[in-house]
Design a protein around this ligand. Structure first.
Ligand code: G
Ligand code: G
Ligand code: MN
Ligand code: NA
Length: 252
């Protein structure tokens, strides 16, 4: 089987699950939600991370049914918890193609229809790559925010983003990529970049989420500089739904 045929079959057989990585509010130390992360669970039980299939899914268009699957799974798995706890938020990753066409808005509103989950509880993350076409991305972002969703720019710093580009995008938050967080305390020349990213986000009045936080030193550095939220192995790895709900309830 070619990699594409393999992936096609897996999509058809719905061999995918969602893991939830807790997002921590720095000021309170509380978990306020999670990022939904797709996993391919092969019939032999092995788990494949998205780095190995997202590119192929995007090239082949399989990312569309995969996104539908993620949204449906999140709404189904989290329905009761989201209904009971209005402070809980889940962030989903939006592919470039769905940002460009705005299709994600229909997928999400259909999944939420009649579910009793508030749109405010569903956040979306778009990569810089997904916002290259500024005109269409801006339209999708603006419509999503009108619907009540918060929008974050993901993997920030890894693309071509500059201040002018950022100012043109109606956003709520920036997610600092883990490659920058990992430079904290290393003395590497690139470690200054993270301070610039934080300053840029603050001047644009955006919330900041730091990704890939692995050490207490990194967390302290980010908290001192007013970073609002963090996720990473220091707090928790991405978890299966029951484990995430238990983690969430334990920090309430
Ligand atoms: O889960 P992991 O940390 O390996 O994720 C790797 C990358 O795959 C992440 O940067 C994320 O943006 C992407 N990814 C994970 N889940 C999804 C998803 O449901 N849809 C899309 N489009 N990308 C995802
Ligand atoms: O959406 P995005 O592509 O940024 O997804 C975040 C990715 O980072 C996921 O693949 C997740 O498994 C991974 N990740 C989450 N926390 C950590 C961490 O603390 N360290 C490292 N190295 N990777 C992490
Ligand atoms: Mn993400
Ligand atoms: Na990211």
């Amino acid at each position: 089987l070619s990699p594409l045929a393999d992936l096609q079959l897996a999509v058809k057989k719905k061999e995918f699950i969602v893991h939830y990585q807790p997002i921590i509010e720095m000021a309170s130390g509380r978990c306020i939600g999670a990022e939904a992360l797709l996993r391919w669970r092969r019939p032999d039980g092995s788990i494949v991370r998205p780095d190995f299939f997202i590119a192929l899914a995007e090239e082949s268009g399989l990312i569309l049914p995969l996104t539908d699957l993620v949204v449906d799974t999140v709404v189904r798995e989290m329905r009761d918890t989201l209904r009971q706890d209005r402070a809980l938020h889940i962030a989903i990753n939006v592919a470039a193609q769905d940002m460009k066409t705005g299709r994600i808005l229909e997928v999400v509103s259909q999944a939420l229809a009649g579910s009793d989950i508030r749109p405010e509880q569903l956040w979306m993350e778009a990569t810089e790559r997904g916002c290259m076409d500024i005109a269409s991305a801006s339209l999708t972002l603006a419509r999503a925010r009108e619907m009540g969703h918060s929008m974050a720019l993901d993997d920030f710093g890894t693309g071509y983003s500059n201040l002018q580009y950022l100012q043109g995008l109606p956003m709520d938050a920036l997610k600092i990529d883990k490659s920058f967080v990992s430079t904290i305390g290393t003395g590497a020349a690139t470690s200054a970049v993270i301070d610039h990213i934080i300053a840029m986000a603050k001047s644009l009045k955006l919330y900041i989420v730091a990704e890939g936080v692995e050490t207490l030193e990194q967390a302290a550095y980010l908290a001192e500089r007013g970073v609002d939220f963090a996720q990473g192995w220091l707090f928790s790895r991405p978890l299966p739904v029951e484990e995430f709900v238990a983690f969430y309830c334990a920090t309430l």
